[in-house]
Design a protein around this ligand. Structure first.
Ligand code: TZP
Ligand code: MG
Length: 210
C-alpha cells in the first residue's frame, strides 16, 4: 500500500521502557530512528504520571533532533504539554470527541479499532488514524477482543479511507503481509525493542514496507 497522504509514516515504533527489557529505552529509540523508523509512540503503562512526563520530554528532544513525530499513548495532558504530534487513545481511554474538544487541532488523534461496530460509532468522525488492534494476538497486549487477521485488515481497507495502522505481532514474517493487505503503517513493539540490534531490525522491517 502506498503511504497515506495524511500519514506518511510506514514504520511505527511503539516503545516503553519495560518492553526494552535490559536495553536503555532511549538508546533503543535512537537506534530505531537511525534504522528508519518514521514515527514513535511512547506507551508507558506502568510509569506514574511525573515519570511518564519526564520520559516524554526526553523522547521529544530526541525525536525533534531527527524530525520524527512523537505520539503519546493515553495521556492527552502529557501530549499537549510536550507539544507532541499526536495522541493515541484506546476504547477505554478518553474518547476522540473529548480529545478534540480539549486539544482542537493541536493533536492528531489515533484510535484503536477493536471491532467492526466501532466503524459506525459517532466517535469515528473525530479520528485521524486508526490502529487495527490486534492483527494477530500478542503477549504485549492481552486485553484485546479478537484478531482482525490479514483478511480482516483487507476488509477494513475497503470500508474506510482513513490511515490504517496494523498492530499486534508485526515482525519480519508479518509486516510485509499487512502492508500489502492495505495497511498504511505497521506498528511494532517487540520486533524492534527486543531485537539484538534494533537499528538493523528497523532497517529490515522498513525494507518490507514498499
Ligand atoms: N495494541 C494492539 S496490539 C499492541 C498494542 C499496543 C501491542 C503490539 O505489540 P507487538 O509486540 O509488536 O506484537
Ligand atoms: Mg490506551
Amino acid at each position: 500500500m502506498p503511504t497515506h497522504p495524511n500519514f506518511p509514516f510506514p514504520l511505527y515504533l511503539v516503545i516503553s521502557e519495560r518492553d526494552c527489557l535490559d536495553k536503555p529505552w532511549l538508546w533503543v529509540a535512537e537506534q530505531a530512528i537511525l534504522g528508519g523508523v518514521d514515527i514513535i509512540q511512547l506507551r508507558e503503562k506502568e510509569s506514574p504520571y511525573a515519570e511518564f512526563l519526564a520520559k516524554a520530554h526526553a523522547l521529544k528532544q530526541l525525536c525533534d533532533q531527527h524530525r520524527v513525530p512523537l505520539v503519546i499513548n493515553d495521556q492527552v495532558a502529557i501530549a499537549l504539554e510536550i507539544g507532541a504530534w499526536g495522541v493515541h487513545v484506546g476504547q477505554s481511554d478518553m474518547s476522540p470527541s473529548a480529545v478534540r474538544k480539549i486539544a482542537g487541532d493541536k493533536l492528531n488523534i489515533g484510535w484503536s479499532l477493536e471491532d467492526d461496530a466501532q466503524l459506525q460509532s459517532a466517535e469515528f468522525g473525530y479520528v485521524d488514524q486508526l490502529g487495527v488492534s490486534p492483527i494477530f494476538a500478542t503477549a504485549t497486549k492481552t486485553d484485546t477482543i479478537t484478531e482482525w487477521g490479514i483478511a480482516g485488515l483487507r476488509d477494513l481497507r475497503r470500508q474506510t479511507d482513513k490511515p490504517l495502522i496494523a498492530i499486534g505481532q508485526m515482525n519480519f514474517q508479518t509486516a510485509g503481509r499487512a502492508w500489502h493487505a492495505g495497511a498504511n503503517s505497521v506498528a511494532v513493539v517487540s520486533a524492534i525493542c527486543q531485537a539484538v540490534d534494533p537499528q538493523e531490525a528497523s532497517k529490515q522491517l522498513k525494507e518490507q514496507l514498499q
